[in-house]
Ligand binder design. Structure first.
Ligand SMILES: [Zn+2]
Length: 466
Protein backbone atom coordinates (compact mmCIF):
# COMPACT_ATOMS: atom_id res chain seq x y z
CA UNK A 1 0.00 0.00 0.00
CA UNK A 2 1.29 3.37 -1.02
CA UNK A 3 2.30 5.58 1.80
CA UNK A 4 0.06 8.57 2.24
CA UNK A 5 1.81 11.70 1.21
CA UNK A 6 2.44 13.94 4.13
CA UNK A 7 0.64 17.21 3.77
CA UNK A 8 2.19 20.39 4.91
CA UNK A 9 0.19 23.52 5.51
CA UNK A 10 1.78 26.75 4.44
CA UNK A 11 3.01 28.60 7.53
CA UNK A 12 0.45 31.20 8.59
CA UNK A 13 1.14 34.80 7.70
CA UNK A 14 2.51 36.43 10.82
CA UNK A 15 -0.40 38.39 12.24
CA UNK A 16 0.38 41.93 13.22
CA UNK A 17 -0.01 42.75 16.85
CA UNK A 18 -2.01 45.91 17.51
CA UNK A 19 0.43 47.24 20.07
CA UNK A 20 3.70 46.40 21.74
CA UNK A 21 4.62 48.05 25.03
CA UNK A 22 8.41 48.29 24.93
CA UNK A 23 11.07 48.79 27.53
CA UNK A 24 8.87 49.14 30.61
CA UNK A 25 9.09 47.52 33.99
CA UNK A 26 5.98 45.39 34.42
CA UNK A 27 4.57 45.38 37.95
CA UNK A 28 2.97 42.14 39.09
CA UNK A 29 2.05 40.99 42.60
CA UNK A 30 5.01 38.60 42.37
CA UNK A 31 7.58 41.21 41.49
CA UNK A 32 8.76 43.60 38.83
CA UNK A 33 9.82 42.18 35.47
CA UNK A 34 11.58 43.80 32.54
CA UNK A 35 9.41 42.36 29.79
CA UNK A 36 7.40 43.60 26.83
CA UNK A 37 3.67 43.20 26.27
CA UNK A 38 2.16 42.23 22.92
CA UNK A 39 -1.48 43.21 22.54
CA UNK A 40 -4.06 42.05 20.01
CA UNK A 41 -7.79 42.93 19.99
CA UNK A 42 -7.53 44.40 23.46
CA UNK A 43 -5.96 41.31 24.99
CA UNK A 44 -2.40 40.63 26.13
CA UNK A 45 -1.32 37.80 23.83
CA UNK A 46 2.44 37.83 24.30
CA UNK A 47 4.84 38.57 27.14
CA UNK A 48 8.53 38.28 26.40
CA UNK A 49 11.83 39.93 27.11
CA UNK A 50 11.85 41.10 23.50
CA UNK A 51 8.85 40.90 21.19
CA UNK A 52 9.84 40.73 17.55
CA UNK A 53 6.41 40.10 15.98
CA UNK A 54 5.28 42.79 13.55
CA UNK A 55 3.09 45.38 15.19
CA UNK A 56 0.90 48.26 14.06
CA UNK A 57 1.90 50.46 16.96
CA UNK A 58 4.48 50.73 19.70
CA UNK A 59 4.31 52.40 23.09
CA UNK A 60 7.74 53.32 24.41
CA UNK A 61 7.73 52.71 28.15
CA UNK A 62 11.48 53.02 28.80
CA UNK A 63 11.98 54.30 32.34
CA UNK A 64 8.32 53.76 33.33
CA UNK A 65 6.58 51.20 35.45
CA UNK A 66 3.76 49.43 33.64
CA UNK A 67 1.18 49.12 36.38
CA UNK A 68 -1.89 46.87 36.09
CA UNK A 69 -5.10 48.83 35.52
CA UNK A 70 -6.44 49.88 38.90
CA UNK A 71 -9.88 48.51 39.73
CA UNK A 72 -11.58 50.90 42.11
CA UNK A 73 -14.35 48.86 43.72
CA UNK A 74 -15.75 51.85 45.59
CA UNK A 75 -16.86 55.06 43.90
CA UNK A 76 -19.92 57.29 44.00
CA UNK A 77 -20.23 58.93 40.59
CA UNK A 78 -23.82 59.96 41.45
CA UNK A 79 -25.40 59.50 38.03
CA UNK A 80 -28.26 59.33 37.11
CA UNK A 81 -29.94 61.98 39.21
CA UNK A 82 -27.00 63.82 40.77
CA UNK A 83 -24.64 64.27 37.85
CA UNK A 84 -23.95 67.78 39.12
CA UNK A 85 -22.11 66.15 42.04
CA UNK A 86 -19.72 64.32 39.69
CA UNK A 87 -21.16 62.22 36.88
CA UNK A 88 -19.92 59.15 35.04
CA UNK A 89 -17.93 61.01 32.36
CA UNK A 90 -15.96 63.20 34.79
CA UNK A 91 -15.56 60.43 37.32
CA UNK A 92 -14.25 57.83 34.89
CA UNK A 93 -11.86 60.31 33.31
CA UNK A 94 -10.43 61.35 36.69
CA UNK A 95 -10.03 57.66 37.50
CA UNK A 96 -8.16 57.06 34.22
CA UNK A 97 -5.95 60.09 34.87
CA UNK A 98 -4.85 58.32 38.03
CA UNK A 99 -4.18 54.94 36.40
CA UNK A 100 -7.62 53.40 36.89
CA UNK A 101 -9.26 51.27 34.21
CA UNK A 102 -12.38 50.02 35.96
CA UNK A 103 -14.73 51.22 38.71
CA UNK A 104 -17.62 49.72 40.63
CA UNK A 105 -20.25 52.38 41.20
CA UNK A 106 -22.09 52.32 44.50
CA UNK A 107 -25.88 52.05 44.38
CA UNK A 108 -26.56 55.23 46.30
CA UNK A 109 -26.18 58.93 45.59
CA UNK A 110 -27.59 58.22 42.16
CA UNK A 111 -31.29 58.94 41.92
CA UNK A 112 -33.02 56.56 41.79
CA UNK A 113 -30.60 54.43 43.77
CA UNK A 114 -29.99 50.94 42.36
CA UNK A 115 -32.40 48.78 44.35
CA UNK A 116 -33.76 46.55 41.59
CA UNK A 117 -32.88 45.19 38.15
CA UNK A 118 -34.60 48.00 36.24
CA UNK A 119 -32.56 50.64 38.05
CA UNK A 120 -29.38 48.68 37.49
CA UNK A 121 -30.06 48.42 33.76
CA UNK A 122 -30.82 52.13 33.60
CA UNK A 123 -27.48 53.02 35.17
CA UNK A 124 -25.70 50.47 33.02
CA UNK A 125 -27.06 51.99 29.79
CA UNK A 126 -25.96 55.43 30.92
CA UNK A 127 -22.47 54.31 31.91
CA UNK A 128 -22.05 52.48 28.58
CA UNK A 129 -22.59 55.87 26.94
CA UNK A 130 -20.55 58.05 29.28
CA UNK A 131 -17.76 56.06 30.90
CA UNK A 132 -14.33 55.87 29.32
CA UNK A 133 -13.30 52.97 31.58
CA UNK A 134 -14.87 49.59 32.20
CA UNK A 135 -17.27 49.38 35.10
CA UNK A 136 -19.42 47.19 37.30
CA UNK A 137 -22.42 48.19 39.36
CA UNK A 138 -23.37 47.57 42.96
CA UNK A 139 -26.96 46.89 43.91
CA UNK A 140 -28.39 48.13 47.19
CA UNK A 141 -29.56 46.09 50.15
CA UNK A 142 -32.13 48.15 52.04
CA UNK A 143 -35.11 47.27 54.23
CA UNK A 144 -37.85 45.96 51.96
CA UNK A 145 -36.01 44.98 48.76
CA UNK A 146 -35.29 41.36 49.65
CA UNK A 147 -37.34 40.12 46.71
CA UNK A 148 -35.44 42.33 44.29
CA UNK A 149 -32.07 40.78 45.06
CA UNK A 150 -32.42 37.86 42.64
CA UNK A 151 -33.21 40.34 39.87
CA UNK A 152 -30.17 42.40 40.76
CA UNK A 153 -28.03 39.28 40.62
CA UNK A 154 -29.43 38.31 37.21
CA UNK A 155 -28.88 41.83 35.88
CA UNK A 156 -25.20 41.45 36.76
CA UNK A 157 -24.74 43.31 40.06
CA UNK A 158 -21.17 42.96 41.32
CA UNK A 159 -22.53 42.65 44.87
CA UNK A 160 -24.88 44.31 47.34
CA UNK A 161 -24.11 47.31 49.48
CA UNK A 162 -25.76 47.94 52.84
CA UNK A 163 -25.39 50.74 55.37
CA UNK A 164 -25.37 49.87 59.07
CA UNK A 165 -25.59 53.58 59.90
CA UNK A 166 -27.43 56.39 58.18
CA UNK A 167 -26.17 56.90 54.61
CA UNK A 168 -26.99 60.59 54.44
CA UNK A 169 -29.21 59.85 51.44
CA UNK A 170 -32.92 59.61 52.13
CA UNK A 171 -33.68 57.17 49.32
CA UNK A 172 -31.13 54.72 50.70
CA UNK A 173 -32.14 53.79 54.27
CA UNK A 174 -29.86 51.85 56.57
CA UNK A 175 -30.48 48.23 57.52
CA UNK A 176 -31.04 47.35 61.15
CA UNK A 177 -29.70 44.05 62.49
CA UNK A 178 -32.76 42.10 61.43
CA UNK A 179 -32.78 43.42 57.87
CA UNK A 180 -29.04 42.89 57.49
CA UNK A 181 -29.26 39.31 58.72
CA UNK A 182 -32.17 38.51 56.40
CA UNK A 183 -30.41 40.21 53.49
CA UNK A 184 -27.17 38.32 54.04
CA UNK A 185 -29.04 35.05 54.30
CA UNK A 186 -30.75 35.70 50.96
CA UNK A 187 -27.53 36.96 49.37
CA UNK A 188 -25.72 33.79 50.43
CA UNK A 189 -28.39 31.72 48.69
CA UNK A 190 -28.06 33.83 45.55
CA UNK A 191 -24.26 33.74 45.54
CA UNK A 192 -24.06 37.51 46.00
CA UNK A 193 -21.40 39.22 48.06
CA UNK A 194 -22.55 41.83 50.60
CA UNK A 195 -20.48 44.92 51.34
CA UNK A 196 -21.22 46.88 54.48
CA UNK A 197 -20.57 50.38 55.65
CA UNK A 198 -19.75 49.34 59.20
CA UNK A 199 -20.58 52.00 61.76
CA UNK A 200 -23.01 51.46 64.59
CA UNK A 201 -25.94 53.87 64.34
CA UNK A 202 -26.81 53.97 68.05
CA UNK A 203 -23.25 54.67 69.15
CA UNK A 204 -22.68 57.24 66.41
CA UNK A 205 -25.83 59.09 67.48
CA UNK A 206 -24.82 58.93 71.13
CA UNK A 207 -21.35 60.40 70.59
CA UNK A 208 -22.67 62.98 68.11
CA UNK A 209 -25.28 64.18 70.61
CA UNK A 210 -22.57 64.48 73.27
CA UNK A 211 -20.46 66.76 71.05
CA UNK A 212 -23.40 68.88 70.00
CA UNK A 213 -24.55 69.21 73.63
CA UNK A 214 -21.17 70.77 74.36
CA UNK A 215 -21.81 73.23 71.53
CA UNK A 216 -18.95 71.76 69.51
CA UNK A 217 -19.20 71.82 65.70
CA UNK A 218 -15.60 71.86 64.53
CA UNK A 219 -13.61 69.13 62.73
CA UNK A 220 -12.24 67.86 66.04
CA UNK A 221 -15.77 67.36 67.37
CA UNK A 222 -16.67 65.44 64.22
CA UNK A 223 -13.74 63.07 64.77
CA UNK A 224 -14.73 62.65 68.42
CA UNK A 225 -18.30 61.83 67.40
CA UNK A 226 -17.22 58.68 65.59
CA UNK A 227 -14.48 56.99 67.63
CA UNK A 228 -13.09 53.60 66.60
CA UNK A 229 -15.58 51.90 68.92
CA UNK A 230 -18.40 52.91 66.53
CA UNK A 231 -16.71 51.03 63.72
CA UNK A 232 -15.71 48.00 65.79
CA UNK A 233 -19.22 47.39 67.15
CA UNK A 234 -20.63 47.26 63.62
CA UNK A 235 -17.79 45.11 62.26
CA UNK A 236 -18.35 42.57 65.05
CA UNK A 237 -22.01 42.30 64.17
CA UNK A 238 -21.42 41.94 60.42
CA UNK A 239 -18.78 39.25 61.03
CA UNK A 240 -21.14 37.34 63.28
CA UNK A 241 -23.83 37.40 60.58
CA UNK A 242 -21.35 36.30 57.91
CA UNK A 243 -20.40 33.35 60.09
CA UNK A 244 -24.05 32.43 60.64
CA UNK A 245 -25.31 32.89 57.09
CA UNK A 246 -22.25 31.86 55.08
CA UNK A 247 -22.59 35.10 53.11
CA UNK A 248 -19.48 36.51 51.42
CA UNK A 249 -18.80 39.75 53.28
CA UNK A 250 -16.68 42.73 52.25
CA UNK A 251 -16.16 45.41 54.87
CA UNK A 252 -15.59 48.66 53.05
CA UNK A 253 -13.43 51.57 54.16
CA UNK A 254 -12.01 49.97 57.30
CA UNK A 255 -10.33 52.92 58.99
CA UNK A 256 -8.51 51.37 61.93
CA UNK A 257 -5.99 48.63 62.69
CA UNK A 258 -8.38 47.42 65.41
CA UNK A 259 -11.05 46.85 62.76
CA UNK A 260 -8.59 44.92 60.62
CA UNK A 261 -7.63 42.76 63.61
CA UNK A 262 -11.26 41.65 64.01
CA UNK A 263 -11.48 40.80 60.31
CA UNK A 264 -8.15 38.96 60.30
CA UNK A 265 -9.29 36.91 63.27
CA UNK A 266 -12.57 36.01 61.53
CA UNK A 267 -10.68 35.03 58.37
CA UNK A 268 -8.63 32.70 60.54
CA UNK A 269 -11.90 31.09 61.58
CA UNK A 270 -12.84 30.62 57.92
CA UNK A 271 -15.42 33.39 57.74
CA UNK A 272 -15.66 34.48 54.10
CA UNK A 273 -14.71 38.11 54.66
CA UNK A 274 -12.39 40.64 53.05
CA UNK A 275 -11.31 44.09 54.17
CA UNK A 276 -11.14 47.21 52.06
CA UNK A 277 -9.44 50.34 53.22
CA UNK A 278 -9.22 53.62 51.34
CA UNK A 279 -6.21 55.59 50.24
CA UNK A 280 -7.11 58.46 52.59
CA UNK A 281 -6.70 56.31 55.71
CA UNK A 282 -3.15 55.59 54.55
CA UNK A 283 -2.37 59.17 53.50
CA UNK A 284 -4.05 61.50 56.03
CA UNK A 285 -4.29 61.85 59.80
CA UNK A 286 -6.52 63.76 62.21
CA UNK A 287 -4.24 66.82 62.13
CA UNK A 288 -4.72 66.98 58.36
CA UNK A 289 -8.50 67.01 58.87
CA UNK A 290 -8.19 69.97 61.25
CA UNK A 291 -6.00 71.75 58.69
CA UNK A 292 -7.84 70.83 55.46
CA UNK A 293 -11.40 70.93 56.79
CA UNK A 294 -14.26 69.93 54.49
CA UNK A 295 -12.27 68.15 51.73
CA UNK A 296 -11.02 65.68 54.37
CA UNK A 297 -14.38 64.89 55.97
CA UNK A 298 -15.51 61.28 55.63
CA UNK A 299 -17.08 58.50 57.66
CA UNK A 300 -15.61 56.58 59.32
CA UNK A 301 -13.35 59.56 59.97
CA UNK A 302 -9.63 59.82 59.40
CA UNK A 303 -7.72 58.54 62.46
CA UNK A 304 -4.58 59.63 64.30
CA UNK A 305 -1.02 59.29 62.98
CA UNK A 306 -0.27 56.19 65.03
CA UNK A 307 -3.22 54.40 63.46
CA UNK A 308 -2.31 55.64 59.96
CA UNK A 309 1.15 54.12 60.33
CA UNK A 310 -0.36 50.92 61.74
CA UNK A 311 -2.57 50.70 58.63
CA UNK A 312 0.59 50.57 56.50
CA UNK A 313 1.91 47.76 58.69
CA UNK A 314 -1.37 45.91 58.25
CA UNK A 315 -1.20 46.44 54.50
CA UNK A 316 2.32 45.05 54.36
CA UNK A 317 1.27 42.13 56.56
CA UNK A 318 -1.39 41.19 53.99
CA UNK A 319 -4.31 42.00 56.29
CA UNK A 320 -5.92 44.43 53.83
CA UNK A 321 -7.26 42.67 50.76
CA UNK A 322 -8.32 45.69 48.67
CA UNK A 323 -7.87 49.45 48.60
CA UNK A 324 -10.56 51.67 47.06
CA UNK A 325 -11.06 55.41 46.83
CA UNK A 326 -14.61 55.79 48.20
CA UNK A 327 -14.63 58.79 45.88
CA UNK A 328 -17.68 60.71 47.05
CA UNK A 329 -17.75 64.31 45.91
CA UNK A 330 -20.48 66.89 46.18
CA UNK A 331 -21.00 70.43 44.88
CA UNK A 332 -18.89 73.10 46.64
CA UNK A 333 -21.97 74.58 48.36
CA UNK A 334 -22.36 71.34 50.31
CA UNK A 335 -18.74 71.52 51.39
CA UNK A 336 -19.04 74.90 53.09
CA UNK A 337 -20.55 75.47 56.50
CA UNK A 338 -19.36 76.68 59.88
CA UNK A 339 -20.95 73.52 61.29
CA UNK A 340 -18.64 70.64 60.35
CA UNK A 341 -21.46 68.17 61.08
CA UNK A 342 -23.58 69.78 58.34
CA UNK A 343 -20.89 69.46 55.64
CA UNK A 344 -21.25 66.64 53.11
CA UNK A 345 -19.00 63.78 54.17
CA UNK A 346 -17.03 62.28 51.33
CA UNK A 347 -13.51 62.49 50.00
CA UNK A 348 -12.86 63.11 46.33
CA UNK A 349 -9.70 61.08 45.85
CA UNK A 350 -10.21 58.97 42.74
CA UNK A 351 -7.55 60.80 40.72
CA UNK A 352 -4.70 61.20 43.20
CA UNK A 353 -5.25 58.72 46.03
CA UNK A 354 -3.73 55.70 44.34
CA UNK A 355 -0.75 57.50 42.82
CA UNK A 356 0.01 59.03 46.20
CA UNK A 357 0.12 55.53 47.66
CA UNK A 358 2.72 54.72 45.00
CA UNK A 359 4.56 57.90 45.95
CA UNK A 360 4.71 56.73 49.57
CA UNK A 361 6.45 53.63 48.24
CA UNK A 362 9.06 55.48 46.17
CA UNK A 363 11.95 54.30 48.32
CA UNK A 364 10.65 50.74 48.60
CA UNK A 365 9.26 50.31 45.08
CA UNK A 366 10.70 46.86 44.43
CA UNK A 367 8.81 45.44 47.40
CA UNK A 368 5.81 47.72 47.68
CA UNK A 369 4.68 48.31 44.10
CA UNK A 370 3.94 44.57 43.76
CA UNK A 371 1.95 44.83 46.99
CA UNK A 372 -0.06 47.71 45.54
CA UNK A 373 -0.59 45.73 42.33
CA UNK A 374 -2.22 43.08 44.51
CA UNK A 375 -4.55 45.31 46.54
CA UNK A 376 -5.44 47.73 43.71
CA UNK A 377 -5.94 45.21 40.93
CA UNK A 378 -5.44 41.46 41.33
CA UNK A 379 -7.21 40.98 44.66
CA UNK A 380 -10.13 43.15 43.60
CA UNK A 381 -10.61 41.16 40.40
CA UNK A 382 -10.42 37.89 42.30
CA UNK A 383 -12.74 38.83 45.12
CA UNK A 384 -15.40 40.06 42.69
CA UNK A 385 -15.01 37.19 40.23
CA UNK A 386 -13.51 39.19 37.38
CA UNK A 387 -10.17 37.41 37.68
CA UNK A 388 -10.58 35.54 34.38
CA UNK A 389 -9.80 38.74 32.44
CA UNK A 390 -8.97 41.56 34.84
CA UNK A 391 -6.45 42.39 37.53
CA UNK A 392 -3.19 40.99 36.15
CA UNK A 393 -0.81 41.78 33.32
CA UNK A 394 -0.69 38.27 32.00
CA UNK A 395 -1.40 36.50 28.71
CA UNK A 396 -5.10 36.14 28.00
CA UNK A 397 -6.10 39.10 30.15
CA UNK A 398 -7.45 42.47 29.07
CA UNK A 399 -4.69 44.95 28.26
CA UNK A 400 -5.58 47.35 31.07
CA UNK A 401 -2.57 49.25 32.38
CA UNK A 402 -1.00 52.58 33.08
CA UNK A 403 2.52 53.96 32.71
CA UNK A 404 3.81 55.39 35.96
CA UNK A 405 6.93 57.54 36.24
CA UNK A 406 8.85 58.50 39.34
CA UNK A 407 10.38 61.85 38.44
CA UNK A 408 11.02 65.20 40.09
CA UNK A 409 8.71 66.32 42.84
CA UNK A 410 5.76 68.41 41.72
CA UNK A 411 2.93 70.01 43.63
CA UNK A 412 -0.62 68.81 42.99
CA UNK A 413 -2.79 71.72 41.89
CA UNK A 414 -6.49 72.23 41.22
CA UNK A 415 -5.76 72.74 37.49
CA UNK A 416 -4.88 69.11 37.04
CA UNK A 417 -8.14 67.76 38.48
CA UNK A 418 -10.51 66.12 36.00
CA UNK A 419 -13.31 65.77 38.52
CA UNK A 420 -16.30 68.05 38.02
CA UNK A 421 -15.48 70.09 41.13
CA UNK A 422 -11.93 71.04 41.91
CA UNK A 423 -12.03 69.83 45.48
CA UNK A 424 -9.46 67.38 46.79
CA UNK A 425 -7.67 66.88 50.10
CA UNK A 426 -4.44 66.38 48.15
CA UNK A 427 -4.05 69.86 46.65
CA UNK A 428 -0.72 71.35 47.64
CA UNK A 429 0.78 67.95 48.39
CA UNK A 430 3.98 67.04 46.58
CA UNK A 431 4.51 63.85 44.63
CA UNK A 432 7.18 62.28 42.46
CA UNK A 433 4.64 60.11 40.69
CA UNK A 434 3.12 60.93 37.32
CA UNK A 435 0.68 58.72 35.47
CA UNK A 436 1.49 59.49 31.83
CA UNK A 437 -0.70 56.93 30.04
CA UNK A 438 -3.69 54.75 30.84
CA UNK A 439 -4.92 52.05 28.44
CA UNK A 440 -8.23 50.21 28.65
CA UNK A 441 -8.36 46.98 26.63
CA UNK A 442 -5.39 48.12 24.57
CA UNK A 443 -6.79 51.59 23.76
CA UNK A 444 -5.45 54.81 25.20
CA UNK A 445 -7.83 56.73 27.47
CA UNK A 446 -5.21 58.97 28.97
CA UNK A 447 -2.02 59.74 27.04
CA UNK A 448 0.97 62.02 27.54
CA UNK A 449 -0.72 63.54 30.54
CA UNK A 450 -3.91 64.47 28.67
CA UNK A 451 -7.18 62.96 27.49
CA UNK A 452 -6.67 60.59 24.58
CA UNK A 453 -8.79 61.29 21.54
CA UNK A 454 -11.24 58.60 20.50
CA UNK A 455 -11.13 57.00 23.93
CA UNK A 456 -13.06 53.75 24.08
CA UNK A 457 -16.45 53.42 25.69
CA UNK A 458 -16.50 51.53 28.94
CA UNK A 459 -17.81 47.99 29.02
CA UNK A 460 -20.11 46.59 31.68
CA UNK A 461 -18.55 43.80 33.72
CA UNK A 462 -20.50 41.16 35.58
CA UNK A 463 -19.07 38.57 37.94
CA UNK A 464 -18.07 35.23 36.47
CA UNK A 465 -20.31 32.41 37.69
CA UNK A 466 -18.91 30.88 40.89
ZN1 LIG B 1 -18.82 54.95 49.89
Amino acid sequence: MAKKKKQYLAPPEPEHLDLVVRGGRIVTPDGIRDVELGILHGTIVRIARKITDPTHATLEAEGSYVFPGIIDAHVHFNEPGRAEWEGLAHGSLALAAGGGTCFFDMPLNSEPPVLDAVELREKRALAEQLSCTDFALWGGLVPGNLDKLAGLRDAGAIGLKAFMSSSGIESFPRVDAKALHAGMKRAAKLGLLVAVHAEDETLANKFTAAQKAKGKHDPKAWLASRPVEVELTAIRQALEFAGETGCALHIVHVSSPEGLALITEARGQRVDVTAETCSHYLLLNDKDVAKLGAPAKCAPPIRDEQRRLAMWQELRAGHIQTVGSDHSPSPPEMKTSKDFFAIWGGIAGVQHGFQLLMNECAATAAKDLPLLAAVLARNVARRFRLGHRKGLLTEGHDADFSLVDFGDEHTITADELWTRHRISPYLGRTSRVRVTHTYVRGCPVWADGGVASGAPKGQFLRPHSP
